[in-house]
Design a protein around this ligand. Structure first.
Ligand code: ZN
Length: 457
């Protein structure tokens, strides 16, 4: 078996920044490195071209009756800028204390290496393990995975017969508390542009004659929430996935302090929805936020103008089982109904993503038709994490969005077991990114145990 830490260093030395064409050689290098490593532990590797960066598909076949796991990861990283804030160069990995530093160590090269090493060790120990394994490692995650849905559709027949997807690209609060992410919020974004007169006007000559587009837009925005903080769009909450008492209990085990959170934010008070703590609101409820607003004169001093235009950028975070299409339709209908007839306006679609939820086995709301191998994987994760990390994992929905997880569900019909491995202090996407070597060693052990238990049933 290879030395996982030495191999991780080698992996990090390839500067695989997907978003910047200057790093094309780093992308190729990282891809060839992973392909070679997977070949060295017995996998048949295929590099599948896409519109931009290829996906690595590596298979260990076997009896079609064996359980089949797809392990997802990504070989691309965020840009390393600002370079002057790094203690040691971003692509020259260095171990200091119990951490390895370098761009991509935590997101996602370290966690991916954890699983590759776990598989390598497991297959060395049990060469005839009754488990089919496919590694699916993309190179566009840090740019929003633009080619990934088309890749999934193209490979659908080959991948959809798998049982579940296993990955580590989410976080944990502490070294000894693993979190398995079981839900993600979706997104719908749009711009609303309101126009009054066809040009900016002198407010002395024309003031009092027409409706100011800033006023029309501000009144519209003010109408989109009720005073208790809920979104005031008819039908908005109709499909919201009910939060169950077990989910609130899991979240409470994180032991977060509202007072510390309030101080961290620097706000005088929370404005969370009634019946939900701030921590619950961010994970279990949908939102409507204004991400930017503008219009008229914003320079020094004053200018007595009635602007021609005003613009707002709106985003909604969605929870299961809301859909972007329905929420977009409801929101646009509310905007159209409330906009006064004496201005004109247009709504511009921006991007969107589906929310996602998977309920672990044995809960009151577990789907009765849950795949047996998926249920087995969650149970194996419970046992393995408790043995290795000293306490069982927490199952939490996250407030953020990872659209590929919903894409995998939509295109392949597969659910994901998201075993978190990076810590808040790992500095993902920031200078001095690092990965904790203790978590890596324990993660390898846990991954090995989970995969073996899935194989043995
Ligand atoms: Zn990532």
């Amino acid at each position: 078996m290879f030395d996982p830490i030495e191999k991780l260093k080698e992996f990090v030395r390839h500067p695989s920044v997907s978003t910047d064409p200057k790093f094309a050689a780093g992308m190729t290098g990282a891809r060839e490195f992973v392909a070679g490593l997977l070949r060295s532990i017995g996998f048949a590797v295929e590099v599948v071209p896409t519109a931009l960066h290829p996906v690595i598909l590596a298979e260990r076949g076997g009896d079609p009756k064996w359980p089949h796991v797809i392990i997802y990861g990504h070989y691309d990283v965020q840009p390393a800028d600002p370079l002057n804030l790094w203690t040691t160069p971003a692509f020259a990995p260095e171990i200091r204390g119990r951490r390895i530093y370098g761009r991509g160590t935590a997101d996602n090269k370290g966690p991916l290496m954890t699983h590759i090493a776990a598989v390598g060790r497991l297959l060395e120990r049990v060469p005839d393990l009754p488990l089919r394994i496919t590694f699916m490692i993309e190179g566009e995650e840090e740019m929003g995975s633009p080619s990934f849905p088309a890749f999934l559709a193209q490979q659908r027949d080959r991948l959809r017969k798998a049982d579940f997807v296993f990955l580590s690209d989410t976080g944990i609060p502490r070294e000894d508390q693993i979190v398995i992410t079981c839900g993600l919020r979706g997104l719908v974004l749009c711009d609303v542009e309101v126009t009054g007169a066809k040009m900016d006007l002198h407010s002395g000559l024309h003031g009092g004659v027409l409706r100011n587009p800033i006023q029309a837009l501000a009144e519209l925005c003010a109408s989109l929430h009720t005073p208790d903080g809920r979104v005031n769009v008819p039908g908005f909450y109709d499909d919201v996935f009910e939060v169950e008492p077990w989910e609130r209990a899991e979240l409470a085990k994180l032991g977060q302090s509202e007072e510390q959170y309030r101080e961290f934010l620097g706000i005088p008070a929370f404005h969370a929805t009634e019946g939900f703590s701030p921590f619950e609101s961010a994970r279990f409820l949908p939102t409507l936020e204004f991400n930017g607003i503008g219009g008229g004169y914003q320079g020094e001093g004053t200018k007595t103008v009635i602007p021609s235009k005003a613009l707002v950028k709106i985003s909604c975070r969605l929870v299961p089982n809301q859909t972007p299409a329905k929420i977009r339709a409801l929101l646009y209908a509310a905007i159209r109904a409330r906009m006064p007839a004496d201005v004109t306006f247009r709504i511009v679609d921006q991007h969107e993503g589906m929310p996602y939820v998977v309920v672990p086995p044995g809960r009151p709301n577990t789907p009765p038709d849950q795949r047996p191998v998926l249920a087995r994987a969650f149970r194996a994760a419970d046992t393995a994490v408790a043995e290795v990390f000293g306490r069982p994992p927490l199952y939490l929905r996250e407030g953020g969005s990872v659209p590929i997880i919903a894409d995998i569900r939509r295109v392949l019909g597969l659910d994901s077991v998201m075993l978190g491995l990076f810590l808040p202090e790992d500095n993902l996407h920031a200078p001095n990114e690092s990965f904790h070597l203790g978590v890596m060693a324990q993660g390898m052990l846990a991954s090995e145990k989970i995969l073996e238990a899935v194989a043995r049933g």
